[in-house]
Design a binder for this molecule. Sequence first.
Ligand code: NAD
Length: 266
Amino acid sequence: MKIGIVGCAGRMGQMLIKEVLGNPRATLIGATEAPNSTVLGHDPGLLAGGVATDLKITEDAKTLFANADAVIDFTAPKVTLMHAKLAADNFTALIVGTTGFEPDQQTQLEAFGANAFIFQAANFSVGVNLLMGLSEQVGSLLGNDYDAEILEMHHKNKVDAPSGTALALGKAVAKGRGVDLDAVSKRVRDGITGARTPGDIGFATLRGGAVIGDHTVMFAADGERVELTHKASDRTIYSAGAVRAAIWSQSQGNGFFGMRHMLGFN
Ligand code: NAD
Protein backbone atom coordinates (compact mmCIF):
# COMPACT_ATOMS: atom_id res chain seq x y z
CA MET A 1 0.00 0.00 0.00
CA LYS A 2 1.40 3.39 -1.07
CA ILE A 3 1.21 5.89 1.78
CA GLY A 4 2.08 9.61 1.83
CA ILE A 5 2.63 11.75 4.94
CA VAL A 6 1.80 15.47 4.99
CA GLY A 7 3.28 17.65 7.73
CA CYS A 8 6.10 15.09 8.01
CA ALA A 9 8.39 17.24 10.17
CA GLY A 10 5.80 17.71 12.92
CA ARG A 11 5.79 15.80 16.21
CA MET A 12 3.29 13.33 14.80
CA GLY A 13 4.57 13.57 11.20
CA GLN A 14 7.93 12.12 12.25
CA MET A 15 6.28 9.30 14.20
CA LEU A 16 4.15 8.50 11.16
CA ILE A 17 7.18 8.35 8.85
CA LYS A 18 8.86 5.83 11.17
CA GLU A 19 5.66 3.82 11.51
CA VAL A 20 5.15 3.55 7.73
CA LEU A 21 8.83 2.68 7.13
CA GLY A 22 8.56 -0.09 9.74
CA ASN A 23 5.33 -1.60 8.41
CA PRO A 24 5.82 -4.42 5.87
CA ARG A 25 2.34 -3.78 4.40
CA ALA A 26 3.10 -0.13 3.65
CA THR A 27 5.46 1.78 1.36
CA LEU A 28 6.27 5.42 1.95
CA ILE A 29 5.89 7.16 -1.41
CA GLY A 30 6.32 10.80 -0.40
CA ALA A 31 6.24 13.38 2.35
CA THR A 32 5.37 17.07 2.36
CA GLU A 33 5.91 20.06 4.59
CA ALA A 34 4.70 23.67 4.61
CA PRO A 35 6.02 25.88 1.76
CA ASN A 36 8.24 27.89 4.14
CA SER A 37 9.67 24.86 5.94
CA THR A 38 13.44 24.54 6.37
CA VAL A 39 13.31 20.76 5.84
CA LEU A 40 12.24 20.86 2.18
CA GLY A 41 14.71 18.76 0.17
CA HIS A 42 15.68 16.64 3.22
CA ASP A 43 15.26 12.87 3.44
CA PRO A 44 12.06 12.17 5.47
CA GLY A 45 13.44 8.90 6.86
CA LEU A 46 16.58 10.53 8.26
CA LEU A 47 14.62 13.55 9.52
CA ALA A 48 12.41 11.20 11.52
CA GLY A 49 15.46 9.49 13.03
CA GLY A 50 14.89 6.34 10.96
CA VAL A 51 16.52 4.80 7.91
CA ALA A 52 17.50 6.67 4.73
CA THR A 53 15.00 6.60 1.85
CA ASP A 54 15.37 7.74 -1.76
CA LEU A 55 12.72 10.43 -1.13
CA LYS A 56 12.97 14.16 -0.58
CA ILE A 57 10.46 16.26 1.38
CA THR A 58 8.53 18.59 -0.95
CA GLU A 59 5.70 21.10 -0.66
CA ASP A 60 3.90 19.43 -3.59
CA ALA A 61 0.75 17.92 -2.07
CA LYS A 62 -0.87 17.63 -5.53
CA THR A 63 1.66 15.08 -6.78
CA LEU A 64 1.57 13.24 -3.43
CA PHE A 65 -2.19 12.73 -3.62
CA ALA A 66 -1.98 11.70 -7.31
CA ASN A 67 0.53 8.94 -6.44
CA ALA A 68 -0.65 7.67 -3.04
CA ASP A 69 -3.33 5.13 -2.12
CA ALA A 70 -3.69 6.89 1.23
CA VAL A 71 -2.34 10.06 2.83
CA ILE A 72 -2.06 10.61 6.58
CA ASP A 73 -2.58 14.16 7.82
CA PHE A 74 -1.79 15.48 11.31
CA THR A 75 -1.42 19.19 10.52
CA ALA A 76 -3.94 22.01 11.07
CA PRO A 77 -7.64 22.36 10.15
CA LYS A 78 -7.22 24.72 7.16
CA VAL A 79 -4.40 22.61 5.74
CA THR A 80 -6.36 19.38 6.23
CA LEU A 81 -9.38 20.81 4.37
CA MET A 82 -7.11 21.66 1.42
CA HIS A 83 -5.86 18.06 1.50
CA ALA A 84 -9.43 16.67 1.73
CA LYS A 85 -10.21 18.39 -1.60
CA LEU A 86 -7.13 16.77 -3.16
CA ALA A 87 -8.22 13.40 -1.72
CA ALA A 88 -11.63 13.74 -3.37
CA ASP A 89 -10.12 14.90 -6.69
CA ASN A 90 -7.70 11.96 -6.80
CA PHE A 91 -9.79 9.19 -5.13
CA THR A 92 -7.07 8.96 -2.48
CA ALA A 93 -7.95 7.88 1.06
CA LEU A 94 -7.29 10.55 3.69
CA ILE A 95 -6.60 9.72 7.34
CA VAL A 96 -7.08 12.79 9.54
CA GLY A 97 -5.59 13.17 13.01
CA THR A 98 -5.75 16.98 13.02
CA THR A 99 -7.88 18.45 15.80
CA GLY A 100 -9.37 21.89 16.46
CA PHE A 101 -11.88 22.08 13.59
CA GLU A 102 -14.55 24.78 13.94
CA PRO A 103 -18.09 23.41 13.41
CA ASP A 104 -18.30 24.71 9.78
CA GLN A 105 -14.86 23.25 9.01
CA GLN A 106 -15.97 19.91 10.46
CA THR A 107 -19.06 19.94 8.23
CA GLN A 108 -16.87 20.63 5.18
CA LEU A 109 -14.51 17.77 6.08
CA GLU A 110 -17.35 15.29 6.51
CA ALA A 111 -18.88 16.35 3.16
CA PHE A 112 -15.72 15.20 1.34
CA GLY A 113 -16.69 11.68 2.45
CA ALA A 114 -19.20 11.67 -0.43
CA ASN A 115 -16.30 11.48 -2.91
CA ALA A 116 -13.45 9.90 -0.96
CA PHE A 117 -12.59 7.65 1.95
CA ILE A 118 -12.13 10.10 4.83
CA PHE A 119 -11.22 8.71 8.26
CA GLN A 120 -11.06 11.06 11.21
CA ALA A 121 -10.15 10.33 14.81
CA ALA A 122 -9.60 12.91 17.51
CA ASN A 123 -7.49 10.20 19.09
CA PHE A 124 -6.11 7.08 17.37
CA SER A 125 -5.33 5.15 20.56
CA VAL A 126 -7.35 2.02 21.28
CA GLY A 127 -7.32 2.85 25.01
CA VAL A 128 -8.85 6.29 24.52
CA ASN A 129 -11.55 4.87 22.27
CA LEU A 130 -12.35 2.34 24.98
CA LEU A 131 -12.53 5.28 27.43
CA MET A 132 -15.05 6.95 25.11
CA GLY A 133 -17.27 3.87 25.15
CA LEU A 134 -17.00 3.63 28.95
CA SER A 135 -17.74 7.36 29.38
CA GLU A 136 -20.92 7.01 27.33
CA GLN A 137 -22.01 3.99 29.40
CA VAL A 138 -21.24 5.61 32.76
CA GLY A 139 -22.90 8.86 31.61
CA SER A 140 -26.01 6.87 30.80
CA LEU A 141 -25.98 4.87 34.06
CA LEU A 142 -25.30 7.76 36.46
CA GLY A 143 -27.27 10.53 34.74
CA ASN A 144 -27.35 14.11 36.01
CA ASP A 145 -27.06 13.13 39.72
CA TYR A 146 -23.33 12.93 39.11
CA ASP A 147 -21.59 16.08 37.83
CA ALA A 148 -19.45 15.30 34.78
CA GLU A 149 -16.13 17.12 34.44
CA ILE A 150 -13.43 16.43 31.87
CA LEU A 151 -9.84 17.23 32.69
CA GLU A 152 -7.01 17.12 30.17
CA MET A 153 -3.31 17.91 30.13
CA HIS A 154 -1.00 18.25 27.12
CA HIS A 155 2.48 19.56 26.29
CA LYS A 156 3.17 23.28 26.26
CA ASN A 157 3.12 23.58 22.42
CA LYS A 158 -0.42 22.34 21.84
CA VAL A 159 -2.37 25.09 20.06
CA ASP A 160 -6.04 24.10 20.57
CA ALA A 161 -8.06 23.73 23.78
CA PRO A 162 -9.86 21.78 25.08
CA SER A 163 -8.23 18.89 23.20
CA GLY A 164 -10.19 17.18 20.45
CA THR A 165 -10.17 14.06 22.63
CA ALA A 166 -11.61 15.93 25.64
CA LEU A 167 -14.42 17.24 23.42
CA ALA A 168 -15.04 13.76 22.02
CA LEU A 169 -15.22 12.41 25.60
CA GLY A 170 -17.69 15.18 26.45
CA LYS A 171 -19.76 14.18 23.44
CA ALA A 172 -19.71 10.57 24.61
CA VAL A 173 -20.99 11.51 28.11
CA ALA A 174 -23.65 13.75 26.51
CA LYS A 175 -24.71 10.93 24.20
CA GLY A 176 -25.03 8.59 27.18
CA ARG A 177 -27.26 11.15 28.86
CA GLY A 178 -29.28 11.72 25.69
CA VAL A 179 -28.38 15.43 25.41
CA ASP A 180 -26.49 17.61 22.94
CA LEU A 181 -23.02 18.57 24.21
CA ASP A 182 -23.26 22.10 22.75
CA ALA A 183 -26.29 22.78 24.94
CA VAL A 184 -24.60 21.73 28.21
CA SER A 185 -20.85 22.22 27.78
CA LYS A 186 -19.00 24.63 30.07
CA ARG A 187 -15.65 25.05 28.35
CA VAL A 188 -14.24 27.87 30.49
CA ARG A 189 -14.83 29.11 34.06
CA ASP A 190 -13.35 32.35 35.31
CA GLY A 191 -14.26 34.83 38.07
CA ILE A 192 -17.61 34.82 39.90
CA THR A 193 -19.23 32.01 37.96
CA GLY A 194 -22.10 31.23 40.32
CA ALA A 195 -22.97 27.67 41.31
CA ARG A 196 -22.66 24.83 38.85
CA THR A 197 -25.72 24.32 36.66
CA PRO A 198 -27.03 20.73 37.06
CA GLY A 199 -26.46 18.75 33.87
CA ASP A 200 -23.48 20.82 32.72
CA ILE A 201 -20.47 18.96 31.31
CA GLY A 202 -17.40 20.93 32.36
CA PHE A 203 -13.92 21.07 30.84
CA ALA A 204 -10.59 21.98 32.42
CA THR A 205 -7.38 22.34 30.46
CA LEU A 206 -3.78 22.05 31.69
CA ARG A 207 -0.73 22.78 29.54
CA GLY A 208 2.90 22.14 30.38
CA GLY A 209 6.14 20.34 29.70
CA ALA A 210 6.21 17.39 27.34
CA VAL A 211 2.99 15.65 28.42
CA ILE A 212 1.77 13.61 25.43
CA GLY A 213 -1.89 13.45 26.51
CA ASP A 214 -3.73 12.76 29.79
CA HIS A 215 -7.54 12.66 30.00
CA THR A 216 -9.82 12.08 32.99
CA VAL A 217 -13.59 11.89 32.89
CA MET A 218 -14.91 12.56 36.37
CA PHE A 219 -18.41 11.90 37.73
CA ALA A 220 -18.80 13.68 41.09
CA ALA A 221 -21.68 13.21 43.53
CA ASP A 222 -22.03 14.47 47.11
CA GLY A 223 -20.43 11.44 48.77
CA GLU A 224 -18.28 9.89 46.05
CA ARG A 225 -16.45 10.39 42.79
CA VAL A 226 -15.89 8.05 39.85
CA GLU A 227 -12.85 8.82 37.67
CA LEU A 228 -11.95 7.22 34.36
CA THR A 229 -8.40 8.07 33.27
CA HIS A 230 -6.18 7.45 30.26
CA LYS A 231 -2.53 8.52 30.05
CA ALA A 232 -0.53 8.33 26.85
CA SER A 233 3.17 7.68 27.36
CA ASP A 234 4.27 7.16 23.75
CA ARG A 235 3.07 8.81 20.51
CA THR A 236 3.35 5.48 18.66
CA ILE A 237 -0.17 4.65 19.93
CA TYR A 238 -1.43 7.39 17.57
CA SER A 239 0.83 6.68 14.59
CA ALA A 240 0.15 2.93 14.72
CA GLY A 241 -3.62 3.58 14.77
CA ALA A 242 -3.40 5.98 11.83
CA VAL A 243 -1.37 3.57 9.69
CA ARG A 244 -3.81 0.80 10.60
CA ALA A 245 -6.66 3.04 9.37
CA ALA A 246 -4.77 3.71 6.12
CA ILE A 247 -4.42 -0.03 5.50
CA TRP A 248 -8.05 -0.62 6.48
CA SER A 249 -9.15 1.94 3.86
CA GLN A 250 -8.24 -0.54 1.13
CA SER A 251 -11.18 -2.75 2.08
CA GLN A 252 -13.67 0.15 2.27
CA GLY A 253 -15.47 2.43 -0.18
CA ASN A 254 -16.01 6.17 0.01
CA GLY A 255 -17.49 7.59 3.19
CA PHE A 256 -16.73 9.30 6.45
CA PHE A 257 -15.30 6.87 9.00
CA GLY A 258 -13.94 6.80 12.54
CA MET A 259 -12.39 4.46 15.07
CA ARG A 260 -15.68 2.89 16.07
CA HIS A 261 -16.12 1.63 12.48
CA MET A 262 -12.61 0.17 12.31
CA LEU A 263 -12.57 -1.30 15.84
CA GLY A 264 -16.19 -2.41 15.74
CA PHE A 265 -17.05 -0.48 18.94
CA ASN A 266 -20.64 0.68 19.28
P1 NAD B 1 3.11 19.94 14.89
O1 NAD B 1 2.93 21.42 14.87
O2 NAD B 1 4.36 19.37 15.50
O3 NAD B 1 3.05 19.39 13.35
C1 NAD B 1 2.24 19.93 12.33
C2 NAD B 1 3.10 19.96 11.06
O4 NAD B 1 2.27 20.34 9.94
C3 NAD B 1 4.24 21.01 11.15
O5 NAD B 1 5.48 20.40 10.88
C4 NAD B 1 3.84 22.01 10.09
O6 NAD B 1 4.96 22.65 9.45
C5 NAD B 1 3.08 21.13 9.09
N1 NAD B 1 2.32 21.89 8.10
C6 NAD B 1 1.68 23.08 8.27
N2 NAD B 1 1.17 23.50 7.09
C7 NAD B 1 1.46 22.55 6.17
C8 NAD B 1 1.20 22.40 4.77
N3 NAD B 1 0.53 23.34 4.08
N4 NAD B 1 1.64 21.27 4.14
C9 NAD B 1 2.34 20.34 4.82
N5 NAD B 1 2.64 20.42 6.15
C10 NAD B 1 2.19 21.52 6.81
O7 NAD B 1 1.84 19.33 15.56
P2 NAD B 1 1.58 17.85 16.14
O8 NAD B 1 1.82 17.81 17.59
O9 NAD B 1 2.26 16.85 15.26
O10 NAD B 1 0.00 17.77 15.96
C11 NAD B 1 -0.62 17.98 14.72
C12 NAD B 1 -2.12 17.81 14.86
O11 NAD B 1 -2.42 16.45 15.21
C13 NAD B 1 -2.75 18.68 15.97
O12 NAD B 1 -4.02 19.10 15.53
C14 NAD B 1 -2.87 17.71 17.13
O13 NAD B 1 -3.88 18.06 18.06
C15 NAD B 1 -3.21 16.44 16.41
N6 NAD B 1 -2.94 15.19 17.13
C16 NAD B 1 -3.87 14.22 16.99
C17 NAD B 1 -3.68 12.98 17.56
C18 NAD B 1 -4.71 11.90 17.29
O14 NAD B 1 -4.57 10.76 17.78
N7 NAD B 1 -5.75 12.19 16.49
C19 NAD B 1 -2.53 12.72 18.31
C20 NAD B 1 -1.58 13.74 18.45
C21 NAD B 1 -1.79 14.97 17.83
